[in-house]
Design a protein around this ligand. Structure first.
Ligand SMILES: Nc1ncnc2c1ncn2[C@@H]1O[C@H](COP(=O)(O)OP(=O)(O)OP(=O)(O)O)[C@@H](O)[C@H]1O
Ligand SMILES: [Mg+2]
Length: 392
């Protein structure tokens, strides 16, 4: 059946042109002339995609997108392309944060519009292989060999890439209980519910956890860190395994970003992880820490393959190249993420991860490549992991 596209625009000329063009391409078209009507038709018509103007009577495009995202169930996501006359990047970011998936600046070429529509429909079409199958339930720990090496940046953007680009169900856990940063990286207030609400509930089950998770506009579900360092103490070493095991039943990937200390809580998390990604940069103090971490991990009796080294900012000039680092560590570096300071810091400061708003940037492409490789680490006998190319 032809995909149904809902066009929301108050300009009769634009309505006519879009309806004509889309019908020519074989799409079904429904048209709304204002934001409130657009929102109503979204709920009654169940469109496969929406073209949403920003300047609209009654509700503007941002409000419509935000309302839809707030009402959509956790398994639904109508792709939205914002149509904007405003060129400013700020507007684009606002649009994307309101819940749009893409945007086009007016006037645009028909070919470009059709290409974006096709690509979004393909990206969000429930792929047969993914519908109705049990979740993969893999726990991936992100551990920084040193503070500030980019662990949180990589965990957040890998989560978004696994979900948006690779169609996985993803939950991201801020395991830095005292000083979690995910609220800052994702522009969320202290009023959002957190892991404290899970551990203080009379009993913990997956339904309860899912009520407490915060859905990011990218579609990734977040379990936020406690809102203050004092409340972090409420989370004990017993809680983490319970929570992570419950999340395994509902998600393909549970990514947990933990802090550096190897205390009881973190050891329990490392224990139950399927893979531990040790994030590092190429400098001497970091290499020293990686060696210590590798030693500790091997003393704990983990398999060699359970740990994967991620060299962040791999092309930054530090005087130590990948070969030197591998020589010093006597093992291969499994993944590399490029250095792009401006892209990383501006994403952090605007609260909009680059994988969400600038997936086509250098950093975005590097992270996507990382996520693709990660997604192909298929479990083989005995819980061991091995790179596999069977899926892709
Ligand atoms: N690939 C990269 N290229 C350039 N800058 C980066 C890159 N990755 C991260 N950064 C920058 O490095 C800084 C630290 O990043 P981040 O907070 O992710 O690190 P972290 O290891 O989680 O730190 P912490 O120890 O505080 O938890 C940020 O300013 C971030 O923008
Ligand atoms: Mg961090």
């Amino acid at each position: 059946m032809a995909a149904k596209i809902l066009v929301v625009d108050d300009d009769p000329d634009v309505q006519r042109t879009l309806a004509y063009t889309l019908k020519q391409e074989g799409y079904q078209v429904v048209v709304a002339g204002d934001g409130a009507e657009g929102f109503r038709l979204w709920s009654t018509e169940n469109p496969s995609l929406m073209l949403l103007d920003i300047m609209l009577p009654k509700l503007d495009g941002y409000q419509v997108a935000a309302k839809i995202r707030a009402e959509e169930g956790s398994n639904a996501h109508v792709p939205i392309i914002m149509l904007t006359a405003e060129r400013e990047v700020e507007q684009k970011v606002r649009g994307l944060r309101a819940g749009a998936d893409d945007y086009l600046i007016k006037p645009f070429h028909t070919a470009e519009l059709l290409a974006r529509i096709k690509s979004l429909l393909a990206r969000f079409a429930p792929s047969e292989a993914l519908v109705g199958r049990p979740p993969l339930g893999r726990v991936h720990v992100y551990y920084g060999a040193k503070g500030g090496v980019g662990t949180t940046t990589i965990a957040i953007n890998a989560a978004i890439a696994l979900h948006r680009e690779l169609g996985r169900k993803v939950c991201l856990v801020d395991g830095n209980l005292q000083f979690g940063d995910h609220r800052v990286f994702l522009d969320l207030g202290l009023d959002r519910r957190s892991i404290v609400d899970v551990v203080t509930a009379p009993s913990i089950d997956i339904d309860l956890i899912q009520q407490i998770l915060v859905r990011h506009d990218s579609g990734v579900d977040l379990l936020l860190a406690p809102p203050s360092p004092e409340t972090a103490e409420l989370v004990t070493q017993e809680h983490m395994p319970i929570i992570l095991d419950l999340l395994r039943t509902a998600y393909d990937y549970i990514l947990i970003d933990i802090d550096k200390k190897l205390d009881e809580i973190n050891l329990r998390i490392l224990d139950l992880a399927d893979v531990i990604f040790v994030v590092m940069t190429a400098d001497l103090s970091c290499l020293k820490n990686v060696r210590l971490v590798l030693e500790t991990i091997s003393n704990l009796g983990y398999e060699h393959d359970k740990v994967r080294l991620v060299l962040n900012r791999s092309n930054a000039f530090t005087g130590i190249n990948v070969k030197n680092a591998e020589g010093a560590l006597k093992r291969t570096i499994d993944h590399q993420v490029v250095n792009e300071y401006r892209g990383a810091i501006s994403a952090l400061n605007s609260g909009a991860p680059f994988m969400f708003t600038r997936a086509d940037s250098l950093l975005g492409r590097s992270l996507l490549e990382f996520a693709r490789v990660v997604d192909k680490l298929a479990p083989v006998g005995g819980g061991k992991l091995e790179a596999s190319t069977s899926r892709g």
